[in-house]
Design a protein around this ligand. Structure first.
Ligand SMILES: *Cc1c(COP(=O)(O)O)cnc(C)c1O
Length: 222
């Protein structure tokens, strides 16, 4: 199937209000152009260098999401154009983004990456670490970031009930944070969960952003 047919297939399953991030990491810019020509405007990349080199040559109206682990020394280069950084896993990263965003007078959407999987290869904050980060209310003084929600990755397994349970735990945690810290803040609204093999479950469990690569662009070449 072509990229545009793959996109149509994913889109046909998207309820209103759920955003599709086309995850284009490891695919050449030509693949992104095909998706762009098929109307896709939101793309996700996991490595800063690859993201920057694509951003430089692709249309300006693309909404870029960074979904991979971010080192603090790379923050400066993405802040001028990034729409959302989905991989916030420390106070340090959050405060550095704010620092550079204030220099270029932007506000960057940030999602708190939460560790929900039962495997130890994934980045992210545990529920406890995240509660701890927010309980110290220093983040409220950061004017150039918007904490817009949470992101998580389920365990890479065929066990649907486990995946469902992990997504459900993220949704419940989102509600807890909303209640405790973001009650009047309509911008705290995103639950980014669901990839190629589990986005249908994620949507059933309340996802507002799915991040789909393989089902759109095919297998990645590493
Ligand atoms: C690569 C990646 C995806 C997309 O994975 P697919 O299985 O190809 O859909 C989604 N989220 C994150 C954080 C990723 O690194």
């Amino acid at each position: 199937m072509s990229i545009s047919a793959n996109l149509d297939a994913v889109r046909s399953l998207l309820p209103e209000g759920v955003k599709l991030v086309a995850v284009s990491k490891f695919h050449p810019k030509e693949a992104l152009e095909k998706a762009y020509d098929a109307g896709q405007r939101v793309f996700g990349e996991s490595r800063v260098q690859e993201l920057s080199s694509k951003q430089e040559v692709l249309p300006e109206d693309i909404e870029w999401h960074l979904i991979g682990h971010l080192q603090t020394n790379k923050i400066k280069s993405v802040v001028p154009y990034i729409h959302t950084i989905q991989s916030i896993d420390s106070w340090k990263v959050l405060s550095e983004i704010d620092k550079y965003a204030s220099k270029v007078d932007r506000r960057v959407n940030c999602l708190l990456e939460i560790y929900i999987a039962k495997e130890d290869t994934k980045y992210g904050l545990t529920f406890e670490e995240c509660r701890y980060l927010l309980a110290n209310e220093n983040w409220k003084a950061l004017k150039n970031i918007q904490i817009a929600g949470v992101m998580g990755m389920a365990t890479n397994t065929d066990d649907e009930s486990q995946i469902r349970q992990e997504f459900r735990s993220l949704k419940t945690f989102f509600e807890e944070l909303k209640q405790q810290y973001f009650k009047g803040d309509s911008c705290f609204c995103e639950i980014s969960m669901g990839m190629s093999h589990d986005y249908k479950i994620a949507i059933e469990e309340g996802s507002t952003i799915i991040r789909v690569g393989t089902s759109i662009f095919g297998e990645r070449e590493y």
